[in-house]
Structure formats: structure tokens, C-alpha cells
Design a protein. Structure first.
Length: 509
């Protein structure tokens, strides 16, 4: 079964209810340590959400036990919880589930517990593949019985999922859910109760427009999407300082232990602002989100639809707004054709308060803010260069001076990507940025210690500063990513030397 649906159409119930029905029909009832169903999802937040939905049903069936297996906490806690309470239904992320399958020395042999497995569900199947979980999925599938039902659930149908269906599913059945009354040839991919807007403004005006927009709607609940983790860190800090009496939280993929707590807390809030990356774009159901704001357009057209789908869910009304640079205006027409996503223009507000000088003052007062701004700027350029729609989002057309002003930079970073370019419209501060201290006394103490060490080394070298070749930050990151890929490939070959990514044979009911 491979359902494909509009965002917010209720995919979770589409597999939770059948799982319970299948397990209830079993002639031989499941024992405490027997696993009847496994639901695998790409992110912790989505796993937590599915676990909560499932618990609303399982509380009426005391014979069923469920367990949530996700990262961000001690795996031994999961082992002990499973041994104590069992887990007839497992909701998990791939990494943690694979880890527990391999932990035989800790008194839990999960492989023997899944011999009675009836159902495997891969939620957001396309994203499981996009996020590089092939090795973990292969390892997990090797532990599972071949005789089972398998469901792939996704709001978008990618070529990778299509290939997976053809290669691994026996007798597959496709289920597509569409909006009523919409012609098949013109199927809108966003909910009909969602109002989509776009705003065209220069890079150095965007932040002021965002703050003005949020200040006018303090009582509402907002998701604000940025393209990178570094941008979330920087602008999240800025919004916290500039918008008072509103709960502002940040979440991105590089957070480890805090993510679960932040996600759970924000879901319970009646209003507030969650500054995030695309880690929150897929499948996440946060109650009563009034506005989805896309400060940076996502890297793909399908991701745009998923972001918008965080509001106007389950028949509710919601609104979404994307900020675009003047050179990006053709993106509106592209989305209308490519994603069947019509949008209305929202004009920028006139005479809004200029907050960029205040943001600069924050950077001058705290080195942490200064460094976050520089890092965010570079990460934004990196992400922009990799945009899927590179005919519209062309890095060579970017106004770097206006962009640097929008980031409230004190100076342009020295990076080969900007070498040879003229920035006559950008005026750097006259302050020596090396003298900017950290507000955190411990960090500043450590920095001064490092500076002293560097001074001593220069004296030992006859006053000559040690020359270090300036490397592009993007190239350094690419080198690290390449190393990670090589390591992952080696691990994949060790675990699945004879396998390519596939699903095992599936029996239908």
C-alpha cells in the first residue's frame, strides 16, 4: 500500500487504525515481548506525535503496549522500558531502532521479539530515503520477517519511492487522497482552506518586515522557516531580543537533547513563535498554527508545499507567507505551475521601524552574536548555491551588499566565494572586530587565553604571523560531508555487502 495525500489530510490515522484492526484480529494474542507492528519515521518530532496519536487508541486496549524509540536520550532507558513494559507496537526513528536491534549484550534480543511482526509502516517514506537512512533501513529490514504487510506513506511521490515500490513491494496498491471538487488535471497540492501569500522586498528590508509582521500578531501562533541551522541560531536570538511578551523558541536538526523538550512545549502553547529549519516541515502537526512564514524559500518546490502544510490542517483555516527577493519573483509562477499552488501578493508595509542598527549594536556588544551573524551569512550563501530551482535562485544575481546589510554584518567575511566582487554599497564598521568580547565571561577568558598563545607563537617566530591559507567555508564543510559519506558507505558495505536499498517481499492480507 502506497498512499499519497495532500498535506494535513490525516495520514497518521490512515495507518494507526488499520494496525490496531489487524492486531485485534490475530488469533493468537501478542505477548508482552512480542512486536506486532513497527512504525518508522525520519524525525523525533514526528515519532513523538505519532506516539501521542496512537496512545489515544491504545488506552482503550490495555492488552496492547506501545513504546517510543528515538534519539536524544540514553538508549539503556529504552532497553529497560521495553524489558519492563514490552512493546507490541513500536514507533521509532531508524538510527535508534537499528541500535537496539544490535544491543544483544544488554539483555534484550529485539530480533527474536519481531518474529511475530504483522505490519511495517514507513511514514514520510520519501524523506527517509532523502535523509540518508538507507543503511539503517537495510539493517532493520534484515532483522524483520519477510511475511508481513508493509505500508509506505507520504504526501509526495518521488522517483525514489516509486523505485522502492517496484523493487520491494509485492502486489502494491496505491491510494491517493485529493481535495473534493478539484479537477484531476488541476489538483491543488495544498489544503483549500490555506491562504498563500508572497511578499517581494529587498534583502536589507526583509528582517524589518518580518519583525513588523510578528509584532502586529503577538497573540497568534507562528512557524518561521529559515534555510539553515546557523540562520535559525542567529535570527532566533535577534527575534528574542526585539519582540517582547511573546514566547520565542528555536529548533533545528543539529540540536541533540533539547529538541524533544522544545517541540513538546511549543505544541502546548496557545501562541508564540517557533524559529526552525525544514526539520519541522514534514508531517508535524502543531495545533492551531495561524501563520507559516518562510523567511527563506526552501531548497525544493515540494518542500514549499510541506512547509505551508503545517497550517490549515484537518479542515482548519490557516495562512502562509513567503518572503522573496525582487530577482526571485518568477518563483510565484513556477509554484503555480509546478506545485498547483496559487498565491496572492502581500505588499510590504511602508515606514516600518529599521531594527538593523539595533542588531548591529548587539553584535558589537557580544562576540557570540557577531560570530553567529557571520556564520549565518555564509551558510545562507551555501544553501542558496545548492537550490533545486537554480534557474530562478541564481547566486551570481544576488546583491551581496544588500544581503550583508540584511544580516546586519559588521564586515564582509573573507571567503573565496566573494573574492573579486565589489561591495561599494556596504560600509563596514570602523571598529576592530577582533576586540569585540564575548558577554559570557568564561568564553571571553578562553578567547583571551588563545590570543595570548598566538602572541607568544608570533614572538617565537620573530614577530611573523603564521600564514594559514584562506579556505572557503563551504569547501571545508563539503570536505567534512565527503568524509562522512565515505564512512557511511564503508559501514553500509559492511552491514549490507550484497544488498541495495530494497524492501523484502510483502504478503498482502
Amino acid at each position: 500500500m502506497t498512499p499519497v495525500q495532500v498535506t494535513g489530510s490525516g495520514k497518521t490515522l490512515a495507518f494507526v487504525i488499520p494496525i490496531l484492526e489487524i492486531l485485534l484480529r490475530r488469533e493468537e494474542k501478542l505477548k508482552k515481548m512480542q512486536v506486532g507492528a513497527i512504525i518508522i519515521t525520519p524525525t523525533r518530532e514526528l515519532a513523538i506525535q505519532i506516539d501521542e496519536v496512537l496512545s489515544h487508541f491504545t488506552k482503550h486496549f490495555p492488552n496492547f503496549s506501545q513504546i517510543l524509540l528515538i534519539g536524544g536520550r540514553n538508549p539503556m532507558e529504552d532497553v529497560e522500558k521495553f524489558k519492563e513494559h514490552g512493546g507490541n507496537i513500536i514507533v521509532a526513528t531508524p538510527g535508534r531502532l537499528e541500535d537496539l536491534f544490535r544491543r544483544k549484550a544488554d539483555g534484550l534480543d529485539l530480533a527474536s521479539c519481531v518474529k511475530s511482526l504483522d505490519v511495517l509502516v514507513l511514514d514520510e517514506a520519501d524523506r527517509l530515503l532523502d535523509m540518508g537512512f538507507e543503511a539503517s533501513l537495510n539493517a532493520i529490514l534484515d532483522f524483520l520477517p519477510k511475511q508481513r504487510r508493509t505500508g509506505l506513506f507520504s504526501a509526495t511521490q518521488t522517483q525514489e519511492v516509486e523505485n522502492l515500490v517496484r523493487a520491494g513491494l509485492r502486489n502494491p496498491v496505491r491510494i491517493s487522497v485529493k481535495e473534493k471538487g478539484v479537477a484531476a488535471s488541476n489538483t491543488q497540492k495544498t489544503p483549500t482552506r490555506l491562504e498563500n501569500y508572497y511578499m517581494i522586498c529587498k534583502a536589507d528590508e526583509k528582517f524589518n518586515q518580518l519583525v513588523h509582521f510578528l509584532r502586529q500578531r503577538k497573540q497568534e501562533k507562528h512557524l518561521v522557516f529559515f534555510s539553515t541551522c546557523a540562520c535559525v541560531e542567529y535570527y532566533g536570538k535577534a527575534l528574542e531580543s526585539l519582540i517582547k511578551q511573546v514566547k520565542i523558541m528555536c529548533i533545528h536538526g543539529k540540536m541533540k537533547h533539547k529538541r524533544n523538550k522544545i517541540f513538546t512545549e511549543f505544541r502546548k502553547l496557545p501562541g508564540g513563535i517557533l524559529v526552525c529549519t525544514d526539520v519541522m516541515a514534514r508531517g508535524i502537526d502543531i495545533p492551531e498554527v495561524h501563520w507559516v512564514l518562510q523567511y527563506d524559500p526552501p531548497s525544493s518546490a515540494s518542500a514549499f508545499v510541506h512547509r505551508c502544510g503545517r497550517t490549515a490542517r484537518i479542515g482548519n483555516v490557516g495562512s502562509a507567507l513567503v518572503f522573496l527577493l525582487p530577482m526571485e519573483e518568477s518563483y510565484v509562477n513556477f509554484l503555480s505551475i509546478n506545485q498547483k499552488c496559487p498565491m496572492q501578493e502581500m505588499k510590504p508595509q511602508r515606514n516600518v521601524l529599521d531594527l538593523l542598527p539595533k542588531l548591529k549594536s548587539m553584535a558589537l556588544a557580544d562576540r557570540a552574536v557577531f560570530e553567529k551573524g557571520m556564520k549565518a551569512f555564509v551558510s545562507y550563501i551555501q544553501a542558496y548555491a545548492k537550490h533545486e530551482c537554480n534557474l530562478i535562485f541564481r547566486i551570481k544575481d544576488l546583491d551581496f551588499a544588500s544581503l550583508a546589510k540584511g544580516f546586519a554584518l559588521l564586515k564582509m567575511p573573507k571567503m573565496p566565494e566573494l573574492r573579486g566582487k565589489c561591495f561599494s554599497d556596504f560600509v563596514p564598521v570602523t571598529v576592530n572586530t577582533d576586540s569585540i568580547p564575548f558577554k559570557d565571561k568564561n568564553r571571553e577568558k578562553q578567547r583571551q587565553k588563545q590570543l595570548e598563545q598566538q602572541r607568544k607563537e608570533r614572538q617565537e617566530n620573530g614577530g611573523k604571523k603564521k600564514f594559514i591559507k584562506n579556505k572557503a567555508w563551504s569547501k571545508q564543510k563539503a570536505k567534512r560531508e565527503k568524509k562522512k559519506k565515505v564512512t557511511a558507505k564503508r559501514k553500509r558495505e559492511e552491514v549490507n555487502s550484497a544488498h541495495s536499498i530494497k524492501l523484502h517481499a510483502v504478503t498482502t492480507a
